[in-house]
Design a protein around this ligand. Structure first.
Ligand code: AP5
Length: 218
């Protein structure tokens, strides 16, 4: 299955993509995680991306398209993937179509996380992630067993710089302007599914149902 997760920052895309990876073995391709790893290692990509990410703006399309093209060609992604955070502009969506078509592949389903802005602000300002592998927690909705430590690998939990409220609000503006048009782009294609919000496990059950139904149709 080739899956796209579409939705605002903090909607729960990464949380659900990590569950799908752990439980169903479908690789998560998070462009945000790729950029943060490059920024931490201070690679040329990381240095270029940092100013955009810190402001809450999008990194230019040409950079992002190259990253994803390379990543979906890797062996683990050949049998399927979940794209978490890509595409985010119409330019990225069209480029993805070209890359997949030329490889004889296609998107099987676009799953839309439709979450209102006030809920997003609460989710992002309370989010914590682990240093070792970006496992995701929330101080209220999904706390770790031991305060400040990742349940999976024991590494320290921290707050992302771009999860400060001012930057979250900028990311929401950017989302509504540049990414939301993709809802109509994909809705017209017959691959579009909307998730109802609920707690993390309830959302996961819906997601699995959608993916299994689509896989049965493929
Ligand atoms: P990125 O890392 O992709 O950030 P994002 O899209 O803003 O998404 P998030 O990771 O913030 O949220 P999420 O939906 O994964 O939510 P999560 O599961 O963590 O991008 C960061 C930056 O990189 C961008 O601003 C941009 O600069 C750049 N970038 C990345 N991709 C790019 C691209 N393609 N083009 C250009 N630039 C790009 O959940 C959030 C919180 O809510 C957590 O605390 C979680 O525990 C909690 N939670 C999750 N689900 C639930 C639930 N059902 N109920 C209650 N709480 C929940």
């Amino acid at each position: 299955m080739n899956v796209i997760f579409l939705g605002p920052p903090g909607a729960g895309k990464g949380t659900q993509a990590q569950l799908l990876q752990q439980r169903e073995g479908i690789p998560q391709i998070s462009t945000g995680d790729i950029l943060r790893a490059a920024m931490a290692a201070q690679t040329p990509l990381g240095r270029r991306a940092k100013a955009y990410v810190d402001r809450g703006d999008l990194v230019p399309d040409d950079v992002m398209i190259e990253i994803v093209k390379e990543r979906i060609g890797q062996p683990d992604a050949r049998r399927g993937f979940v794209l978490d955070g890509f595409p985010r502009t119409l330019g990225q969506a069209r480029a993805l179509d070209e890359v997949l078509t030329s490889a004889g592949r296609r998107i099987d389903v676009v799953v839309y996380f439709d979450i209102p802005d006030d809920v997003i602000v609460r989710r992002l300002t309370g989010r914590r992630v682990c240093r070792a592998a970006a496992h995701i927690y929330h101080i209220e909705f999904s706390p770790p067993r031991a305060a400040g430590r990742c349940d999976v690998d024991g590494s320290e939990l921290f707050q992302r710089d771009d999860d400060q409220e001012e930057t979250v609000r900028r990311r929401l503006v950017v989302y509504h302007q540049q990414t939301e048009p993709l809802v109509e782009f994909y809705r017209r294609r017959g691959v579009f599914e909307v998730l109802r919000d609920g707690d993390i496990e309830a959302v996961y059950r819906q997601l699995l149902e959608i993916i299994k139904t689509r896989a049965g149709q493929g």
